[in-house]
Design a protein around this ligand. Structure first.
Ligand code: ATP
Length: 689
């Protein structure tokens, strides 16, 4: 057998590392000679500028840019080889097809590697067709999908390697269910600074999501820590590889909940050899689309309003408005209104301007003939059509002096002159004008932003984002059906939508997989039930808050979470300080102190900073994730994870509503290895038992 023993594998690794070094050297030489060639060509241009004719100069410039292009490609390739030098491969599959006497050995790494003048592919990219067998099959019958069709055969051997700094730490022969030992090792270590790639331990069900090419919309509901975000980013990397001729990173957009989250995930694609993708929040999108129409409350401000103070009660009518506009039926009502407006809101009147007369009937038939355009364009087309088809009393074409007046008159025949009036009219049509309320300073409530945008698209139209060929929506539970309806009008492309209905920060407007599916009836849906982030003890603890009998924690054990009662708020702060001190000597990398509200986080931050701890406060103005000790609140902590989490203020007055329970669940489920909950006074009823 090729490289049958561990000693042979170790020698082979040395050979590969040497080849990678050799390739690196060759690339360095190539980059240097490219550099010299560019300097030479530029010098030639400069020295001979006067003697060269324009065509020669242009040809010379083209040559220079071709050489630069080549140099850049070499540099990108060099970066990949450099990465491979750390860990050339993580897996091997020996696969035999049909009557083949000896199997082929495929070594699988984060990138592919072929010797410059050699023919053999020494390392296969994890996204290549043949590598899919590493994730999908154990020893025995297997197949992969190649461009020529499915290739069937037999896997005779499957191995996994942990290679660090070019040296093999361990090698595992795997004949059992995928990667258990390696996965355990990966998950038990302390966290990285930011989210990392999981190519070596992608699970079969995750691989199916990553390589799903057929779905136009793919909706992933996954329990906390099930790898949704990781999988979605690996899916993007896969699609960029698979469709490299037609798709590049500038064609992929992620709707991300905030800048901290975007920064937190920003390393994954570059680690996989791809460029970062664009990110935007729904608020940024709405601000662009609604510019000139009005200011609006943000989602975070809406949630803060709902949280209120310990004794405040949120205005029930606010909740009623949010709930109403978050229902799936609401879209049906807006659609019905649009149809009604189409049929009833254009009221033609005879026009008699200067020497031109246009009948009511002519106007109406032009309006009907103008098709399904946005209202404004439709009115313009109607005016243009009637003018083209009529003459003044002298038999002449409509004079320019009259045409402007006619256009204005036609515009006024539509019941509403701007989108905000149309939006208010919608609630009058429903017989529920009270469902629209502006906030102080004429700010729109957040729940009005997307219905208004939906009507704006009907009234004025919107330029779809055609350059986006794949849209990723994370934290799907936080978006309502009407938001999805707007997204699908703006983005006609393929979509991957992921989230967890248990992690809603606003229970009045959260969406489940079933609700989102109503907006995308053709979508493929997947559920991820295995949770990888936390120890069994932490997962079991968090499950008491939001039970899900289907959740399967990965068998990894650690300390029992600790609930720490304190005599007074002062004692509680002392406890948090002590726990923070313990963390600093624990060998763990990241600590998240996760409060319920921003105000509480500011308080803890100020008190810990007093003690000289190096800590960071993360809030909605933060642009970056930070390593080390972070103080934040549940809404912002969503999507992040920490080796250790402290949840302070878990008392009965802080966590009392359903929304509070959700936030407590989010906070606790961020912990990977250690979790401590502190409180003074009475404990929250959600943790009472
Ligand atoms: N196959 C895997 N191999 C190794 N680690 C994995 C795997 N799948 C997930 N993980 C790890 O589990 C953790 C959670 O992943 P991720 O943040 O993508 O989950 P999520 O479902 O988006 O979580 P949440 O919804 O709770 O924010 C990360 O540390 C990730 O690296």
């Amino acid at each position: 057998m090729f490289n049958g023993t561990e000693a042979e594998e170790r020698r082979y690794l040395e050979v590969i590392v040497a080849k990678l070094h050799q390739a690196l050297k060759e690339m360095d030489d190539k980059v240097s000679s490219t550099y010299e060639a560019v300097i030479e060509a530029k010098k030639y241009l400069w020295d001979n500028a006067a003697a060269l004719d324009p065509a020669e100069r242009a040809a010379n410039r083209v040559d220079v840019s071709l050489v630069i292009d080549l140099g850049e490609k070499t540099i990108a390739k060099r970066r990949r080889v450099q990465k491979l030098l750390q860990s050339p491969y993580f897996g091997r599959v020996d696969f035999k097809v049909g009557q083949q006497t000896k199997p082929d050995s495929f070594y699988i790494g984060v990138h592919s590697f072929t010797e410059e003048n050699g023919h053999d592919n020494l390392i296969y990219d994890w996204r290549s067709p043949v590598a899919s067998m590493f994730y999908d099959f154990e020893v025995g019958q297997a197949f992969y999908s190649a461009p020529v069709g499915e290739v069937h055969g037999e896997i005779g051997l499957k191995r996994q390697y942990k290679i660090n700094q070019g040296a093999m730490e361990y090698m595992i022969e795997s004949s059992m269910t995928i990667h258990d030992d390696v996965l355990q090792k990966e998950l038990s270590g302390p966290s990285n600074e930011r989210m990392k790639n999981i190519v070596a331990t992608i699970q079969k069900e995750q691989n199916a999501i990553i390589r799903n090419e057929a779905a136009h919309e793919l909706i992933i509901q996954g329990v906390a820590g099930s790898g949704k975000t990781s999988v979605a980013l690996h899916r993007v990397a896969f699609l960029l590889y698979r469709y490299k001729e037609t798709l590049n990173s500038r064609n992929v957009l992620i709707i991300s909940p905030n800048k901290v989250f975007s920064d937190y995930i920003s390393n994954v694609l570059p680690e996989l050899g791809e460029e970062k993708i664009m990110e935007v929040s729904l608020e940024e999108l709405a601000a662009k689309e609604l510019s000139g129409i009005g200011k609006f409350q943000t989602f975070y401000e809406q949630v803060s309003e709902l949280l209120g103070g310990p004794d405040d009660k949120t205005d029930d009518t606010v909740i009623e408005r949010i709930k109403y506009k978050a229902s799936a039926e609401f879209i049906g009502q807006i659609v019905a209104f649009i149809q009604y407006a189409d049929e009833h809101y254009f009221s033609p009147e005879e026009i008699a301007i200067d020497k031109v007369t246009i009948s009511k009937e002519a106007l109406f038939s032009s309006y009907l003939a103008s098709g399904r355009l946005p209202v404004k364009s439709r009115l313009e087309k109607t005016a243009a059509h009637v003018m083209a088809n009529c003459k003044d009393v002298d038999g002449n074409r409509v004079p320019a002096s009259a045409s402007k007046k006619i256009k204005t008159a036609v515009k006024k025949m539509f019941k509403c002159q701007d989108v905000l009036s149309l939006y208010k009219e919608f609630y009058r049509y429903l017989g529920k004008p009270d469902l629209f309320k502006l906030k102080q300073g004429k700010k729109l409530e957040y729940s009005d932003v997307f219905p208004l945008l939906y009507l704006k698209i009907y009234f004025e139209g919107a330029a779809p984002f055609d350059f986006v060929k794949h849209l990723l929506v994370d934290e799907m539970q936080d978006y309502t059906p009407i938001q999805y309806a707007v997204l699908s009008k703006l983005f006609k492309c393929k979509k991957t939508i992921l989230g967890d209905s248990s992690q809603s920060v606003n229970p009045y407007s959260s969406s489940s997989l079933a609700e989102i599916k109503k907006v995308f009836p053709e979508a493929d849906t997947v559920e991820l039930l295995k949770s990888y982030r936390s120890t069994v003890e932490i997962t079991t603890f968090a499950q008491k808050l939001k039970p899900n009998s289907q959740l399967i924690p990965i068998e990894r054990h650690g300390e029992e979470p600790l609930i720490l009662p304190c005599h007074s708020p002062r004692d509680e702060m002392d406890a948090v300080r002590r726990l923070t001190g313990d963390f600093l000597v624990s060998g763990l990398h990241s600590l998240g102190i996760i409060c319920k509200t921003h105000a509480q986080a500011e308080e803890v931050y100020a008190k810990l900073k007093d003690r000289g701890y190096k800590i960071h406060l993360l809030d909605f103005n933060s642009e970056q994730f930070h390593e080390g000790i972070v103080v934040t609140y549940a809404h912002l902590a969503k999507g992040l994870e920490f080796d250790q989490v402290i949840v302070p203020f878990a008392d009965a007055s802080t966590y009392r509503t359903e929304l509070d329970k959700s936030l407590l669940y989010i906070a606790c489920s961020r912990a990977m290895h250690r979790l401590t909950v502190t409180y003074a006074g009475a404990i929250t009823p959600f943790l009472k038992s």
